[in-house]
Ligand binder design. Structure first.
Ligand code: NOJ
Ligand code: NOJ
Length: 575
């Protein structure tokens, strides 16, 4: 008994050691390869991106199965945000020309009319372009509304550095601000319209998109006031408040995770949510849960649920202890290109954990709440809720456990990175061999940002420390919206109530917990009036709650489209 216990302790310690030395070795060998991998994929002179205009980032040089020789606004902006962070912190001061080429390439792309529209009619939501800066006109999941927000964040980061370094005030105001403003105005005016998610598959609302839009409008408002563009500030701030409000509705309190999309009919466990925490990390915001900071109880609980969802779906994960790192992908139901683990998803988990460690170490303490308890029990099965100072043994146990867990994810990528260090998009769920697009620029950038997190590097925040969730949500831009009265005939027993929820922020985004209570003043007709966005496809259901038990109406969802103006009355009968 005692012997078995000791052996397993030793195994645990050796496992952890092996993991951290494998992560050390991987960071050392892969850093230069990943950096070179990013640069090779940027025009005009990247060695693997011939034909790409200056500053244009190709997603991958792969031209078939899949053909990724295009430039995506999302990938390009995330990649350049990483390069801009390296430049502005002095880690690589040689990047300035490339960054200037990126901003002007993006300025050109903004003006290219495309199947999503022109620059003023929705074209900014176009997900991808040809690498010669012409429109891609084939069928695609469009629009994708995270792109403009991510691009604004990248360019604002650079513009803030220019201002702080006393060079380029007129360049910032005359050249960069017009680019930034187009993107921010687009976010302000369209955030509450449906969007394809970052995986380009589900057309609904998406957590990652909402969160990066929120971030962009917040830092955009601050940036605009700094350069005297005060007229946009209140509009950006109002919609940022609405976005933050809406963001809360993705949290699923009963199951302890963030449901990634409002549509799609999946579990909702998705790398989308981990990527959100790392790309909206603000080291000044502590472990704030409203913005899902990496060390927040919600984001940690979410990380565990997300990671655990892959333990039994990939055979390369079999036999791995239930509290150790495993290969993870976009979402467990994925079947794209075989539905395998993704390098960038593995990196993202490691990065969230490193970011959390940065904040705990800075704060000098760590809090375990009932929400994050299951996460922390992976590292100390008897830990209780409470706050643990950095001088306590529990703090040491937990942070050591988290660090080893994080290193374990890098060790997974290390194990499945081929000997030349090349990072494709995926690696086989059954034997770990690289699969799908080779030299994926985003995979390299994700490796670099996770390594930076492991080295304790932090970058400029965006004001997440200064936000509070408004007490009531508005459905967003588009004026007052359309008042919709929902009447439903429903017989209930005493103590039972009827609620409504649906696919809109104003309908609480399919959350049974925050569903809206109807009035029984005209029983058996239950009624409520809700203002909804105009010209929008609405889906909704009534639910019953009785003694804590929730009963949904049977399928399908009720649906209708709101008109441009006026009001609507829905007369339903409970089914
Ligand atoms: C497919 C991914 O799902 C999407 O997020 C990405 O933008 C493109 N590939 C290009 O890398
Ligand atoms: C979850 C509910 O269980 C289901 O009934 C409803 O149709 C969906 N949310 C929304 O599509």
């Amino acid at each position: 008994m005692r012997f078995a216990f000791l052996t397993s302790l030793i195994a645990l310690a050796t496992g952890a050691l092996a993991q951290s030395s494998s992560a050390d070795a991987y960071v050392a060998s892969e850093s230069p390869i990943a950096k070179a991998g990013v640069l090779a994929n940027i025009g005009p002179s990247g060695s693997k991106s011939s034909g790409a205009k200056a500053g244009v980032v190709i997603a991958s040089p792969s031209t078939s199965n899949p053909d990724y020789l295009y430039t995506w606004t999302r990938d390009s902006s995330l990649v350049f945000k990483a390069l801009i962070d390296q430049f502005t912190t002095g880690e690589d001061s040689s990047l300035r020309t490339l960054i200037d080429q990126f901003t002007s390439a993006e300025a050109t792309l903004q003006q290219v009319s495309n199947p999503s529209g022109t620059v003023s009619t929705g074209g900014l939501g176009e997900p991808k372009f040809n690498i010669d800066e012409t429109a891609f006109t084939g069928a695609w999941g469009r629009p994708q509304r995270d792109g403009p927000a991510l691009r604004a964040t990248a360019i604002i980061t650079y513009a803030n550095w220019l201002l702080a370094n006393g060079n380029g005030t007129s360049y910032v105001t005359n050249t960069l601000w017009p680019i930034i403003k187009l993107d921010l105005d687009y976010v302000e005016n369209n955030w509450n319209q449906s969007t394809f998610d970052l995986w380009e598959e589900i057309n609904s609302s998406s957590f990652f998109t909402t969160a990066v839009q929120h971030r962009a409008l917040r830092e955009g408002a601050t940036f605009a006031s700094k350069i005297g563009q005060t007229s946009v500030v209140s509009g950006y701030t109002t919609q940022a408040d609405n976005l933050l409000c809406f963001l809360q509705s993705y949290w699923n309190p009963t199951a302890g995770y963030v449901t990634a999309n409002t549509g799609g009919g999946r579990s909702g466990k998705d790398s989308n949510t981990v990527l959100t925490s790392i790309h909206t990390f603000d080291p000044a915001a502590g472990c704030d849960a409203a913005t899902f900071q990496p060390c927040s109880d919600k984001a940690l609980s979410n990380l565990k649920v997300y990671v655990d969802s892959f333990r039994s779906v990939y055979s390369i994960n079999s036999g791995i202890a239930s509290n150790a790192a495993v290969a993870v992908g976009r979402y467990p139901e994925d079947s794209y290109q075989g539905g395998n683990p993704w390098y960038l998803s593995v990196s993202a988990v490691a990065e969230q954990l490193y970011d959390a460690l940065i904040v705990w170490n800075k704060t000098g303490s760590l809090q375990v709440t009932s929400t994050s308890l299951a996460f922390f029990r992976q590292f100390d099965s008897s830990v209780a809720t409470g706050t643990y100072a950095s001088s306590s043994a529990t703090y040491t146990t937990l942070t050591t456990g988290v660090k080893n867990f994080a290193d374990g994810f890098l060790a997974i990528n290390a194990k499945y990175t081929p000997s030349n260090g090349g990072l494709a998009e995926q690696f086989s769920r059954s034997n770990g061999a690289p699969l799908s697009a080779v030299d994926l620029t985003w995979s390299y950038a994700a490796a670099l940002t996770s390594f930076a997190g492991r080295n304790g590097k932090t970058y400029a925040g965006w004001g997440a420390d200064k936000v509070t969730v408004p007490t009531s949500c508005s459905s967003g831009p588009g004026g007052a919206g359309v008042p919709v009265t929902f009447n439903v005939q429903a017989t209930t027993t005493f103590g039972e109530n009827i609620y409504i929820t649906g696919n809109q922020a104003a309908l609480q985004n399919w959350s049974p917990d925050s569903a809206l209570l109807l009035s029984s003043a005209n029983y058996p007709i239950w009624s409520i009036t809700v203002t909804l966005p105009a010209n929008t496809a609405i889906e909704y259901k009534y639910i019953r709650k009785f003694n804590g038990a929730v009963t949904w109406e049977s399928d399908p969802n009720n649906s209708f489209t709101t008109p441009a103006s006026g009001s609507v009355t829905r007369s339903d009968t409970w089914r």
